[in-house]
Design a protein around this ligand. Structure first.
Ligand code: ATP
Length: 453
């Protein structure tokens, strides 16, 4: 996207072939568009196109499957984005959710002081113009402020949530009692969060509106170190299960001086982005910080109480907090590949079948009416189990390339023989191998090839 106003110039200037290739593919094939492009876009804000919407949904579902569906100790929640501002007072966001902001007196650009290069003498350097004439750093609160109702006064101020986590803490008692839960148990949520980032950028890596996938796991206090280790291992394995090679991932433990005010220990799952290691997910031991803070400000007891034994305690919390939009970008970067097939260069997204926008493409060999009814019959069968694309344009070779480029793992070709033998050709994206399979039992065969054990 060379002229895209929402891709930072710094990134465009960098020699990142892979980054440019993926950003271009996202625009060209309908994964991600600059938001409101017809108006010139708005910096670092993106809309997810048809393929991006499908893929983002698959990222959410892969997370949901492993965090909710396949477990008996985690329940879901959908909390409001606008909530009582006392939530942000108790959580510490009003007082401390700030980044240090500096202005360059020479070119007037604004920067996050903790991300700037320094001279040998320790002075901050403006990455835009090279000046060291920068203002003192001042704290800048990252929460978006708005007004609820028609009157714009102090009493009607509300904030867009900067994380989904607090929704789980304030609903702790409601969820525990209605679902008859006992620690250890978790509450999981996927949703939009908003941060007024000073320097958003690197495509959808850092945006002001993004999507989080968070889970708060409430445990008896003595068990929290063990559960922290458990969730670090689980979450690290999840990224590999869905196709990121181990060599592109690392688990990095925070230094004590890096820890958030609420954390007794945090490890980040990091991905090897084209510009270096970047966080995909933070797994924190939040102790009893949040429940205690909300109990204190609300005056409501937030604790587990066992009537039979009289046992009473405030659980500690392990939080795996991931970003859906950032993870989608990592999946795309890890999957992008170029190779040669029959002497022709091809671009292929080697996405995991569960993450790819379409799992199956149905391709009638010819556009002639004779093949359409059977191809449509195959489509109708496959659609019940897969997101499918039906494409009857251009040559079959071109259609295979199109599907390779958007990561579709399987193409099903209906040809003239199919009318006689009721069989189709199934082509594998990665090996390009083709096999002939009967239409009867086709869906089961395709399911076996696209679902993980
Ligand atoms: P960073 O250090 O990159 O600002 P963070 O440590 O503040 O991130 P958390 O508060 O731990 O992030 O949020 C959990 C996850 O939410 C992050 O690991 C990331 O995947 C995602 N996330 C956070 N901020 C953004 C953003 N501005 N744009 C996209 N994703 C984000």
């Amino acid at each position: 996207m060379p002229n895209d106003p929402s891709v930072d110039e710094a990134v465009q200037d960098r020699d990142t072939g892979l980054f440019d290739a993926v950003v271009n593919l996202c625009k060209r094939r309908g994964f991600v568009f600059p938001s409101a492009e017809i108006y010139g876009g708005i910096r670092s804000t993106y809309d997810y196109g048809p393929l991006g919407a499908l893929m983002l949904r698959n990222v959410r579902e892969a997370w949901w499957r492993s965090m909710v569906q396949e477990r008996d100790d985690v329940v879901p929640l959908e909390a409001a984005i606008l909530t009582n501002p006392k939530v942000w007072e108790a959580s510490g966001h009003l007082a401390t959710f700030t980044d240090p902001l500096v202005d360059c007196r020479n070119c007037n650009e604004r920067w996050r002081a903790d991300q700037l290069p320094t001279t040998d003498a320790g002075d901050l350097v403006c990455p835009n113009c090279g000046s060291t004439d920068l203002t003192e750093a001042r704290p800048f609160n990252l929460m978006f402020k708005t007004f609820v109702g028609p009157v714009e006064d102090e009493a009607s101020i509300a904030y867009l949530r900067p994380e989904t986590a607090q929704g789980m803490f304030v609903n702790f008692m409601n969820v525990m009692t209605t679902m008859r839960l006992k620690p250890p148990f978790g509450i999981a949520q996927i949703g939009r969060s908003f941060r007024n980032e000073i320097t958003p950028g690197n495509f959808v890596f850092r945006t002001r509106e993004f999507e989080q996938m968070e889970m708060e796991f409430f445990v008896p206090p003595p068990d929290s170190p063990r559960w922290h280790g458990y969730w670090c291992a689980e979450r690290f394995a999840w990224y590999q299960q869905y196709g990121i090679p181990a060599a592109k991932l690392r688990l990095r433990q925070h230094d004590p001086d890096e820890l958030s005010h609420y954390s007794a220990g945090t490890s980040d799952v990091e991905f090897d982005f084209p510009w270096g290691w970047g966080e995909l997910e933070g797994i924190a031991n939040r102790t009893d910080f949040d429940l205690n803070a909300h109990a204190k400000l609300s005056g409501v007891r937030l604790e587990y109480y066992d009537q039979a034994t009289g046992e009473r305690y405030v659980p500690h919390v392990i939080e795996p907090a991931a970003g859906a939009t950032r993870t989608m970008m990592a999946f795309l970067l890890a999957a992008y590949d170029e190779d040669e097939v029959a002497g022709e260069r091809r671009v292929v997204l080697r996405l995991h079948p569960r993450i790819a926008p379409y799992q199956v493409a149905i391709l009638p060999l010819s556009k002639k009416d004779t093949l359409a009814p059977l191809a449509r019959e195959v489509l109708a069968k496959c659609r019940r189990s897969f997101q499918c694309e039906y494409d009857d344009t251009q040559s079959i070779g071109r259609r295979y390339r199109r599907q390779d480029e958007i990561g579709t793992p399987l193409c099903v070709t209906v040809d003239f023989d199919s009318l006689e033998d009721r069989a189709v050709t199934v082509r594998d994206r990665d090996s390009t191998e083709q096999v002939r399979l009967p239409i009867d039992g086709l869906v089961e065969e395709l399911l076996a090839r696209t679902t993980d054990a």
